[in-house]
Design a protein around this ligand. Structure first.
Ligand SMILES: [Zn+2]
Length: 396
């Protein structure tokens, strides 16, 4: 095999990537075993007790590794876990924050239909890919750094939050606080595609609820006295669709609709959930304003819009690209090629990127099927991804 050539300006001075990879390959089975334990602890975002149990399990693993662990208690959502790692004696020269989430989109009981299993070189089950695989990688990356006696320049803060899948309303403040202290943020969300590409840009995300009220009437006797809320909703959705601008990366989609009671009554209520995506941060405020300017179209109807823009986009800035090239050159030392991708899905990296902190996302496992019955990770790629995380922690 031809030895990969590395641009000397990008060459790392951390522990040799090949040594990290060798150490991690011997632990592949243990990684799968830990992933099994994490997946078997179901942790839907809305179930505090379940997410707390998952957090405790993760906290215990970090305590075993000598990290300083703090449980950040939450009244309604699951508790967040903050694990701080500093491997050297002196003072760190800065901070790196590593982000991931404990929650999944799967309700309790999903395991009965979709059990954790290993087949065809893959580990299957709810949350394997998004993103309990990432939680496992961080732990083994830390083990490998310790085993090789690596020196870190910076303190590493691992933040495992409890509500990423439902908008991060309970964790955003904490995430932004740690990010502001950091020189870089690494996000262990799933990678993209079979090649395991990193995510160097993500669209901004919003979620709104459109609530329409009208006036009920008998559909046969006095329909003309009613104000049909479903009709108003249809007209409003038609207007909303005009905000779509694919060339600019803006999408506004009505995704879930409801309305009416029974078939012979002019409905007095209707509603829709609206998904909003945008590529540029400068589009956020104008789009939000446009949505809020919504006025009723039918006489007598009322419309109300709740929610709006939530996550700003993660933009492909020079800081993001410098991090990406660092990652690329690390994997090149092991003979692997690393690609990048843009995605319409948001993550907590959107928050940290918007603060201007260089953020590299998609550093988690290689796999497919996030949020679906065929969610899985590719087992043979676990060591290489853990080595990449370890390498980044050592050189940044
Ligand atoms: Zn995720």
């Amino acid at each position: 095999m031809k030895r990969p050539t590395v641009d000397p300006s990008l060459e790392s001075d951390g522990p040799a990537m090949r040594a990290l990879l060798r150490a991690l390959k011997t632990r592949q089975e243990e990684m799968v075993a830990l992933l099994a334990r994490f997946v078997q602890c179901e942790s839907p975002s809305h179930d505090k007790a379940a997410v707390d149990a998952m957090g405790e399990m993760v906290a215990a693993e970090w305590r075993k590794r000598g990290a300083k662990v703090r449980v950040v208690r939450q009244p309604k959502r699951g508790n967040h876990i903050r694990a701080e790692l500093w491997l050297d004696k002196g003072r760190p020269s800065g901070q790196i924050t590593v982000l991931g989430h404990l929650d999944t989109v799967y309700p309790l009981g999903t395991l009965a239909k979709m059990p954790f299993r290993v087949a065809g070189g893959r580990a299957w089950g709810p949350g394997t890919f998004d993103m309990k695989g990432g939680l496992v990688l961080a732990l083994f990356a830390t083990d490998a750094l310790k085993a090789l006696g690596a020196q870190l320049r910076k303190r590493v803060v691992f933040l495992w939050t409890s509500d990423e899948e439902i908008g991060s309303y309970a964790s955003r403040g904490l995430i932004e606080r740690e990010a502001r202290r950091s020189d870089a943020v690494l996000v262990l969300e799933p990678s993209l595609g079979r090649e395991g590409r990193l995510k160097t840009s993500r669209k901004g995300v919003g979620h709104a609820e459109l609530i329409v009220s009208g006036r009920a009437a008998h559909a046969g006797i006095n329909a003309e006295d009613g104000v049909n809320a479903v009709h108003e909703l249809a007209l409003q959705i038609n207007r909303l669709m005009k905000y779509n601008n694919p060339r600019r990366g803006i999408t506004v989609q009505a995704t879930v609709v409801s309305g009416g009671t029974v078939s012979n009554v002019v409905p007095d209520h209707a509603g829709a959930e609206i998904d909003i995506r945008f590529r540029r941060i400068s589009d956020a405020a104008p789009l939000d304003r446009k949505l809020r300017r919504m006025r009723p179209i039918l006489t007598g109807a009322k419309v109300e819009l709740r929610g709006g823009v939530n996550r700003p986009p993660l933009e492909r800035t020079p800081g993001v690209m410098a991090l990406f090239r660092r990652a690329q050159s690390l994997l090149k030392e092991c003979g692997f090629v690393l690609g990048e991708a843009a995605t319409g899905g948001g993550s907590d990296g959107n928050f940290t990127g918007a603060l201007g902190i260089p953020t590299l996302d998609g550093l988690g496992a290689v796999g497919d099927g996030a949020h679906t019955p065929h969610e899985h990770v590719v087992i043979s790629r676990l060591p290489e991804r853990a080595a990449l995380i370890a390498g980044l922690l050592a050189v940044l």
